[in-house]
Design a protein around this ligand. Structure first.
Ligand code: IMP
Ligand code: MG
Length: 185
């Protein structure tokens, strides 16, 4: 494949990702029966995850999206968060489930939760596919979570390096030299 030469190792393969999403979908289906579920995907990293997750939830639901930008170095969040796209849906009185690709420092998610809480939803919970516990800077309660991973920068299954690699079907780690290559190489 186009990416083979740049991938150091596969951390979580496609089958493991999909099996975990089926499990998460079953839990969410049980917990949200009879509720007014709104999945909120955080663009762009959570795009692949939310699409697969939604198909594993056996309930009526709606989906909406937010886009966030955080200022900081290429592979680090600064904690300063800016909303590039807000929800189109009113969330007052609704059961909101935020769907994230990965929780690293927790700063992005912390900001989103505070921002949405002001609008009076009935509930806000968090579903994240990946978690880097060793990197946490603020406490975030993850209600549904897929995999704990070590402190390594990962790509694939929605996660990017310089906007590429989102379409890689597994979660993997890039070779160190990939980070230092000039853009476009
Ligand atoms: P946090 O605010 O530090 O928790 O950062 C969360 C966001 O940073 C995620 O939604 C990702 O977009 C991005 N991010 C954090 N770690 C990684 C990684 O290992 N690979 C790709 N993106 C990452
Ligand atoms: Mg993200």
């Amino acid at each position: 494949m186009w990416y083979d030469a740049t991938i150091e190792k596969v951390l979580i393969d496609d089958a493991q990702v999909q099996a975990k999403i089926r499990e998460l979908g079953q839990q969410i289906t049980a917990d949200y029966a009879g509720k007014d579920l709104l999945l909120v995907g955080v663009l762009r990293g959570a795009l692949l995850f939310i699409v697969d997750l939604a198909r594993q939830i056996d309930l009526p639901l709606e989906m909406d999206f937010m886009a966030i930008s955080s200022y900081g170095a290429a592979t680090e969040t600064s904690g300063v968060v800016r909303i590039l796209k807000d929800l189109d849906t009113a969330i007052e009185g609704r059961d909101v489930l935020i769907v994230e690709d990965i929780i690293d420092s927790g700063l992005t998610l912390n900001y989103i939760v505070e921002h949405l809480r002001n609008r009076g939803p009935a509930s806000i919970k968090i579903c994240a596919l990946l978690n880097k516990p060793s990197r946490r800077r603020v406490d975030v309660k993850i209600d549904y979570h897929g995999f704990d991973i070590p402190d390594e920068f990962v790509v694939g299954y929605g996660l990017d390096f310089q906007q590429r690699y989102r379409n890689v079907p597994f979660v993997g780690v890039l070779k160190p030299e990939t980070y230092t290559a000039p853009p476009g190489e």
